[in-house]
Ligand binder design. Structure first.
Ligand code: ADP
Ligand code: MG
Length: 604
């Protein structure tokens, strides 16, 4: 923990056999993919969108009619009729706007909810190496803020963009119908404007992405500091952390201002272009009216369409920035979604044979992908018969934990193979493999919730009686009974703080309930004081009965009772055998005992 906040914040460039295929699809197209299950609603929404936007285009026509016919003829009846039709259209348009808004927002919420679930599902399937290469804060920021950005995108921005896009196209078509010459004059400003917009848009996108990344970095640091506050305070790092934070926030501010400058320029350029276009149209069109070539109503409706088109262009330009930002967020979310790992079920998994937990390491080679040049395990061959207990001893860093992680397939071997019940573990379904191998580690992980929930984590369908029986076997029942809420006592942040020994015994009860064929004890007692260690030791002994056990231990009494002791040194098996034989060798094992790596008094 203490070292955690000082960790290097760079992430390794390549991660073990994890492939990212997100470059295949443009992010917004990928979003559209998520809409597929709701096709019917999508098309209905699109129809409502078309109708409501289309009806909007009728108003300038009505204005033209009013000016050229009703006003020119001084006809009250015609004017009344036009007004009545307009009001009727307004009601119809209102209904379609409601339908459009409701369905589009519904789709947005639905897609985002689906997206959250898919991202979380994907996270659950990723191997430890992926998480080692990232910070918790960064992942959380993707799940919360990036998804929120997409929420805005799908729920409102995308449908606004569609609506304005339709108005833009419809408006231009109507303009061409009204007066092709005037329209061409107006449209002559469009190509340069589009070029400017594209160029600005690209800048905005790059800057937005940089800003989001900056926020993620800041959030990561905050997360680390908050979760290790005691370490920060005990090393009197408050002032340093405060200034680092201020530095990050200020840098974020600078980047935001930079972004704002670009957005402001974009906005004013668009407005300027539109105003000039209006002035030119009024001037050119006005001359045609004066010359009697077009009617006043004609010019009025033309100006109204121009206003509509201009408003649509302006809205699209400012939406462009939001869309770009959302594209950045979408890209990162889909980066997670398209990450696949080689550590997954084989296409045609073999059924797990019945057995008592036979494990075999066959010339296993391994190196971590982020340090591929440094080999962690070399030529490890080890046969563990059902029910046997094997103690792994060696200096810290020798590779003991790595060896146990390979057995559960949290990493794949880089050479050789591991088999379980005689089957290569890469040919088994992951769930079959892991269900029968349970690790009790140095730091038991308890989730927030009741003690009952925490024990039943191994088997949610277990009855309260089964949970209690497991707790009794783990010597945990007594202290659990001591709490006023018994098994319903909440653990963790808002509940009872448990001692290391108590947590460990809950973890053991969980393992007993899981009833695995193979048990891995990774320094399960090394963090405990002598008294809790004795209790935990008793619980472990109970748990080991009738199971294959791999024990990583420092306690001589535990090691001595093992059926086989394997001594690891820098990733190699240097000695193996029973206690007395190894002592007689006067080799590494003996040295480990002398140097108290394996602690205890030799009673010989
Ligand atoms: P032990 O459990 O015997 O103390 P480990 O199996 O934890 O040893 O570590 C063996 C070696 O692998 C060490 O050199 C360690 O630095 C390295 N190592 C452990 N975990 C990782 C990891 N996630 N990425 C890269 N190297 C690692
Ligand atoms: Mg270890």
């Amino acid at each position: 923990m203490a070292g955690h906040i000082f960790q290097d914040s760079k992430t390794p460039a390549s991660v073990e056999k994890i492939t990212n295929t997100s470059k295949r699809l443009s992010p917004l197209l990928a979003l559209l993919d998520l809409v597929k299950p709701y096709r019917a609603r999508f098309w209905l929404a699109t129809v409502a969108l078309l109708v409501s936007s289309g009806l909007g285009l009728v108003y300038p026509q009505a204005a033209r009619k009013a000016v050229d016919q009703a006003l020119a003829d001084h006809s009250m009846t015609q004017l009344n009729r036009i007004a009545a039709v307009l009001i009727l259209l307004a009601f119809i348009q209102g209904i379609f706007i409601w339908v459009r808004h409701y369905l589009m927002s519904w789709l947005g919420e639905r897609v985002v909810a689906d997206l959250r679930v898919r991202v979380f599902d994907r996270l659950l399937g990723l191997p430890p190496s992926w998480f080692h290469a990232r910070h918790t804060g960064e992942i959380m920021s993707r799940l919360s803020s990036d998804v929120t950005v997409i929420d805005g995108l799908v729920g409102t921005e995308l449908s606004m963009a569609l609506r304005h896009g339709l108005t833009l196209i419809g408006g231009i078509v109507m303009l061409l119908v009204e007066n092709a010459k005037l329209t061409l004059i107006m449209l002559s400003i469009v190509p340069p404007l589009v070029l400017v917009l594209v160029w600005f848009g690209r800048r905005v996108r790059v800057l937005s992405r940089a800003l989001q990344d900056r926020h993620a970095v800041t959030a990561t640091r905050v997360e680390e500091v908050v979760s290790s506050m005691q370490t920060v305070q005990s090393f009197v790092r408050e002032a340093r952390e405060a200034s680092t934070y201020r530095g990050n926030v200020d840098a974020g501010f600078e980047q935001s201002v930079h972004l704002i400058r670009w957005r402001a320029s974009l906005f004013s350029i668009v407005t300027l272009a539109v105003s000039i276009a209006m002035a030119v149209i009024l001037w050119v069109g006005g001359r045609e009216v004066v010359a009697g070539k077009i009617s006043g109503g004609n010019l009025l409706s033309f100006l109204l369409y121009t206003v509509m088109v201009a408003a649509a262009v302006g809205a699209l330009a400012s939406l462009g920035g939001a869309l770009q930002r959302a594209a950045g967020a979408t890209e990162r979310i889909f980066e997670i979604l398209h990450t696949t790992s080689d550590i997954c079920d084989p296409p045609d998994p073999q059924p797990l044979p019945a057995g008592g937990g036979a494990v075999r390491f066959d010339h296993v080679e391994f190196s971590y992908a982020n340090r591929a040049d440094q080999s962690v395990l070399h030529g490890i061959s080890l046969d563990v018969a059902p029910g046997q207990s094997v103690a792994l001893v060696g200096q810290s860093g020798a590779g003991k934990t790595t060896l146990t992680a390979l057995l559960q397939r949290f990493h794949d071997v880089t050479g050789g193979s591991i088999s379980f019940e005689g089957v290569d573990i890469r040919k088994l379904a992951l769930s079959d493999l892991r269900r029968h191998i349970v690790i009790v580690s140095q730091e038991p992980v308890l989730f927030s919730g009741s003690i009952m929930d925490n024990i039943a984590f191994a088997r949610p369908d277990a009855s309260p009686a089964e949970v209690e029986s497991a707790a009794r076997d783990a010597h945990a029942h007594e202290f659990i009974q001591g709490f006023s809420n018994g098994y319903q006592t909440q653990v963790g942040e808002r509940g009872v703080q448990l001692s290391g020994g108590q947590r460990q015994r809950i973890a053991i009860a969980r393992a007993i309930l899981a009833d695995p064929r193979v048990l891995i004890l990774d320094e399960a007692t090394s963090n405990l004081d002598a008294e809790s260690e004795a209790l935990v030791q008793k619980a472990l002994q109970r748990l080991m009965v009738g199971r294959t056990t791999l024990i990583v231990a420092h306690r001589l009494s535990t090691v001595r009772d093992a059926d086989k002791i394997v001594v690891l040194e820098q990733g190699r098996i240097v000695e193996s055998g029973r206690h007395d034989d190894l002592i007689a060798l006067h080799g590494t094992y003996q040295r480990l005992i002398e140097h108290q790596v394996v602690r205890g008094v030799i009673s010989a």
